[in-house]
Design a protein around this ligand. Structure first.
Ligand code: FE2
Length: 135
């Protein structure tokens, strides 16, 4: 698993989005810590909820920026965001059913980090490139 750290190489060139990505990474670190410190299930669930809440907030803001810029890949991008939220919801449901077992916690941790690293570096970056080319 690649735990990304924010540095300039992750900048998409929009301050608002960059700042929110930093916050998103911080929420991920909170979750990671909760999992790695074997916190109780209720606590892990709460950090997942915070992450989901912030993800929703951030995705909406990011999509607004894309709308403003007439970004042609907006619908596709919206789909990635939706999928992420759905995956978190599925994970939460699994946890409710089976408890926050170490195995689930670790897979949540790995999956979410991979998604986030890939999403920022590949997908969000494409939007940054589009802005630079059209702006
Ligand atoms: Fe995105």
């Amino acid at each position: 698993m690649e735990k990304i750290q924010w540095d300039d190489s992750l900048s998409v060139g929009v301050e608002l989005i960059d700042d929110q990505h930093k916050m998103l990474i911080m929420k991920m670190i909170d979750l990671s810590n909760a999992v790695e410190e074997h916190q109780e299930a209720a606590f892990i669930m709460r950090t997942i909820d915070f992450l989901m809440e912030y993800s929703n907030f951030h995705f909406t803001a990011e999509e607004k920026e894309m709308e403003k810029a007439n970004y042609p890949d907006l619908e596709e991008h919206r789909g990635y965001h939706k999928k992420f939220i759905e995956m978190i919801k599925t994970m939460e449901a699994d946890m409710l059913e089976e408890g926050a077992t170490r195995a689930i916690g670790e897979s949540v941790n790995t999956f979410l980090w991979n998604w986030l690293a890939n999403h920022i570096k590949e997908v969000d970056m494409k939007f940054g490139k589009y802005l630079r080319e059209t702006g």
